[in-house]
Ligand binder design. Sequence first.
Ligand code: NDP
Length: 387
Amino acid sequence: MKKISILGATGSIGQNTLDLISFEKDKFKVVGLTGARNIELLARNAIEFNADVVAIADESKFYDLKNMLFGHKTEVCAGDSGILEVSGRQTDWVMSAIVGSAGLLPGLNALKSGANLALANKESMVAAGPIMKQISSLNGVKLIPVDSEHSAIAQVLRGEERETLAKIIITASGGAFRSFSKSELENVTPDQASTHPNWAMGQRITIDSASLFNKALEVIEAKEFFNLSASEIEVVIHPESLVHAIACFHDGGMKAHLGPADMKHSIAYALHEEKRLKLPLDEINLAELGTLNFGKPDLVKYPALKLGYEVVEHGGLAGAAFNAAKEEALDNFISCKLSFLGMADVVRATMDELYSANELNNDLEIEAILELDRLARSVAKTFVEKF
Ligand code: NDP
């Protein structure tokens, strides 16, 4: 039986992963599950999947969770240390699906404990890609992309020589407001931004998809996963979200990966470590579909994308700063203290300040990343008040 843990089990990716496991319960032993606040779902999943251990990030919910699991053999932990306890348990495979930079240390811990890590938490690669790769190679474990575009890149590059690759195209749906003009974006609300036309995802990534901050994170993630330069990564708007990535080769040939807009496909590919299993999932019917559309992203409407490319060019600690400033801006948009367009203004101002103060050139070490995360959030806070 394959021993697995799911970090961020109560979220959208976590639940999709558990759905896949429920198709083949006899093949998996669930070791650990974690959540932040949703103890009802965590307890239900712990009982259904007979988990050895669960952790809830919000310590105030520890006793309620313990009561819910009274009479069951599942151990209960809480707080950041509890999440680390679960991520450090011996397993064969861990899904890293905590949202935001809170996923970084648990993901690293899982790699150090010898698990292959399926990485949905793109923020870890953005902030600390070289460290993630180094620890995975030192421990002889795999770092497997889960993001649909990055899973697609891995699939189209399979069997190809790196030298023959000219560039990678990743697609963006354009999010909730793809038909809006820049002036129409001025007054959009968090509720409006929290619905995606194609994908069912957590609130934060859904809003990041509408602003294209998610695509900016993915451009950086693609650089880290596949050792690409900025000029080797192109973003194309593709409203149908069916083509996820295309590899373009020097001989003019292109290989595209298509799949339904359902994360179960790339999670299954990661769960079975690149083996293709027969699964009860949807398929695309091209004849019924008829047309696929592609277009150029509007960099005036989506300044986030340009910021992402600057991070790829700069490297070092720029990814950690960018992600932290973006998270601070997003928190303020969700709590209605910042406008939708103000998010990119805050991140631009924060990055400019940190670039010019020479704060992003230190060595990429975990302490420096955590320190810079705090600094970028506090600089971004000062700009939230101005925009
Ligand atoms: P959700 O918001 O649906 O779930 C997030 C999970 O993280 C929940 O289990 C949540 O717990 C937990 N969590 C939140 N804050 C903390 C914290 N401070 N410490 C520990 N756990 C925490 O997010 P998604 O599932 O949508 O996304 C997860 C990750 O996967 C993100 O990095 C996202 O960018 C990436 N991703 C998601 C895709 C998707 O389709 N959803 C697609 C590609 C990538 P609780 O629910 O109890 O609050």
